[in-house]
Design a protein around this ligand. Structure first.
Ligand SMILES: [Zn+2]
Length: 375
């Protein structure tokens, strides 16, 4: 099937997977993720009239037995014990990175972490049945079998891929558009033979892995982009270096991690994409496969993250993004706040429209060099 930028919605109305725990505050009060993104996405979709209750599927929490398919039992038990006590021992902090500044303990963590896995597992079941399933609270791509990493306690994208494979799908594409390298998923599946992993991320950012290169044996493609990347450069790299390899892979299903931190305005990256560039990218990879899981991920600006994911749901489910916003949606965006974004840096359009102004521009020599290096 040919790859195209056309809507993926018609005939596949889409399933929105979530859990009530994602509405609750999380990560305490001094963490980049304490910004209420998931409630904002759900509320914005509903305020825009894009999400009726028949499209929403509430997932189960993953059980201990489920978690042990990827995570180490000692880590799972230590995390549960720390959540129960509300405090992490020195050993738990050092060994498992739980109860640290990076991966703090907070009320609801044990439910939330298991809901991310339960949601991705359920989304993959929908995908195996030919649906596009959107799970914006998923995308914890840094989680390691034996420890928490990079704000991620478990690794829900791994469970989405695992579920597709268990359902008899033999060739899976994992595409990671987050500003940070999808290291946990790549390490879990590179060389597996059934999964191609692709990660486009910003060079020189944590976790500092994912140098530009294609490894044929491992079926792993990494593209480390320079800061300031615009929409034109992103499209160019996708067309020249990603789509041809992905077409050859002939995936039967895709799992896409669509973090919001590659957008202009994100305080933890300096990529400069508009949300339209990411919507187009997701559609190009989701349209040709029979079923797909689309996840959220990083994203530390509540306005850009909520608008990206609400608009992504609209596009995936074949709905039109209007000019302007209903009053309810405007009020919701006006009520968001974020310690990492100064008031004078709030772009007026973040409060008045879902779509960004496209950020088109010249293709810089360093982008040409990436494409040439990949051959
Ligand atoms: Zn990220």
């Amino acid at each position: 099937m040919a790859y195209s930028g056309t809507s993926v919605g018609p005939g596949r109305p889409g399933v929105f997977v979530t859990h009530p725990v994602f509405r609750e505050a999380a990560f305490g009060s001094h963490h980049p993720l304490s910004i209420g993104r998931q409630a904002a996405v759900l509320d914005l979709c509903q305020a825009m009239g894009w999400l009726t209750s028949d499209r929403i599927h509430h997932c189960q929490l993953a059980s201990r037995e489920d978690l042990l398919k990827f995570h180490d039992a000692r880590y799972v038990d230590a995390l549960e014990a720390a959540c129960e006590r509300g405090v992490a021992s020195v050993d738990t902090r050092q060994r498992y990175n739980v109860g640290t500044m990076e991966c703090p303990l907070f009320d609801g963590l044990w439910e939330r972490a298991r809901a991310s896995v339960g949601g991705s597992t359920r989304a993959a079941e929908f995908a195996a049945d030919g649906h596009v399933a959107f799970h914006p609270a998923g995308g914890t791509h840094h989680g390691r079998p034996e420890r928490a990493s990079g704000f991620c306690y478990f690794n829900d994208p791994v469970f989405a891929i695992m579920t597709l494979l268990e359902r008899g799908i033999e060739r899976v594409l994992y595409l990671d558009l987050d500003a940070h390298h999808g290291d946990g998923v790549e390490d879990a599946y590179s060389g597996d033979g059934r999964v191609m992993t692709v990660s486009l991320h910003e060079a020189g950012r944590w976790p500092y892995s994912g140098e530009t290169g294609w490894d044929d044996e491992k079926a792993t493609l990494n593209i480390a982009l320079p800061g300031g990347v615009n929409d034109s450069e992103y499209d160019f790299v996708l067309e020249q270096s990603v789509l041809p390899r992905v077409e050859r892979w002939e995936a039967q299903a895709a799992v896409v991690e669509c973090g919001a931190d590659a957008l202009a305005g994100d305080p933890l990256s300096s990529l400069q994409l508009s949300n339209g560039a990411l919507w187009r990218a997701v559609e190009r990879f989701v349209a040709p496969v029979p079923g797909a899981v689309v996840l959220g991920g990083g994203g530390y600006n509540p306005w850009t993250a909520a608008r990206l994911w609400a608009g992504l749901w609209a596009r995936l489910s074949g709905q039109v993004i209007p000019v302007g916003l209903p009053g309810k949606a405007e009020a919701l965006l006006a009520a968001l706040s974020c310690d990492l974004v100064d008031d004078e840096d709030i772009v007026p359009r973040w409060l008045t429209a879902v779509d960004d102004v496209p950020n088109e521009g010249a293709i810089r020599p360093e982008i040409d060099a990436i494409v040439k290096a990949l051959g």
